[in-house]
Design a protein around this ligand. Structure first.
Ligand code: MF3
Ligand code: CO
Ligand code: CO
Length: 268
């Protein structure tokens, strides 16, 4: 196969090349595309409910019920003991915020809703940010710039270039805007499992990391902090990740497929 020869040529030049598992078959790609579409539907469905006065516990129930109605399974539920069907991360919560019936959304908050859907055994993963009512211009700008970081990362992802350049592009845009990018947590291969190789740094190394090849599927999901990059994980619930300095954090996520000519968004 022609592609194998191309990959071999890069390997001989010393490049880190993807394993067979990282390159999906046509059948797998179609399965993940469908799962991605279902996941996007769940995020579209939840959107009008993400308003002042609703609890994150209620958002979780809505996600759960709608996912089941679509004939799918919420991947988060029971994943390594995670107790809910979606992650809801507000203000200084960076990611993995656990929905709670007592936690009511208030005006001025920013929230990330992160959904992952299993459809016929395939996985789609994406997240979006919402501003609750009137939000400060500073927080609105953080949400906007983080979305730009994701789109810049997506546009950088092309076959026969390197994964390390994706993170470099993401980090550059965040830094230019005076923000910092979380280093410890990254994107990931996804499709036949929730979290597969490769791990996707949002800092990156120029020309480094894996060679990108058509058929690779992974997420880009930068977490961008208004203050310092440091984060910590709550030991009480075992999940919630917060900024060390208490500054707000934003995140957007796509599942993307590397194609012959660039990349395709499988879930947004
Ligand atoms: N959806 C998250 C991601 O983008 C992972 C959440 S894991 C959970 O990788 F257990 F917290 F749901
Ligand atoms: Co993800
Ligand atoms: Co996610």
């Amino acid at each position: 196969m022609h592609m194998d020869e191309q990959i071999e040529a890069f390997r001989l030049k010393g490049a880190k090349v993807p394993t067979h598992r990282m390159i999906k078959t046509k059948e797998q790609i179609d399965g993940v595309r469908k799962a991605g579409e279902m996941n996007t539907k769940v995020l579209d469905y939840i959107e009008p409910y993400v308003k002042e006065g609703i609890s994150t516990g209620e958002l979780d129930r809505l996600v759960h019920e709608y996912t089941i109605k679509l004939g799918c399974i919420p991947a988060c539920l029971n994943y390594k003991g995670y107790p809910k069907s979606v992650c809801t991360s507000i203000d200084e919560v960076v990611c993995h915020g656990i929905p709670d019936d007592q936690r009511i959304l208030k005006q001025g908050e920013i929230i990330n809703v992160d959904c992952t859907t299993i459809c016929n055994g395939y996985f789609g993963d994406a997240s979006r940010m919402y501003c609750i009512g009137d939000v400060s211009p500073e927080k609105m700008r953080l949400v906007q710039v983080t979305k730009e970081c994701l789109n810049i990362g997506y546009e950088t992802a092309k076959p026969w270039t390197f994964l390390g350049d994706v993170g470099v592009a993401v980090n550059r845009h965040a830094m230019e805007n005076g923000y910092s990018v979380v280093r410890k947590i990254g994107g990931h291969g996804v499709g036949v499992a929730f979290h597969e190789d490769p791990w996707v740094s949002h800092i990156g190394t120029p020309g480094g990391d894996y060679l990108l090849v058509p058929g690779m599927i992974f997420t880009i999901e930068p977490m961008v902090n208004m203050g310092k990059a440091d984060v910590w994980q709550d030991e009480t619930d075992g999940w919630t990740v917060r900024t060390e300095d208490g500054s707000p954090s934003a995140q957007w996520e796509y599942t993307i497929l590397i194609t012959e000519t660039g990349a395709e968004i499988l879930s947004r």
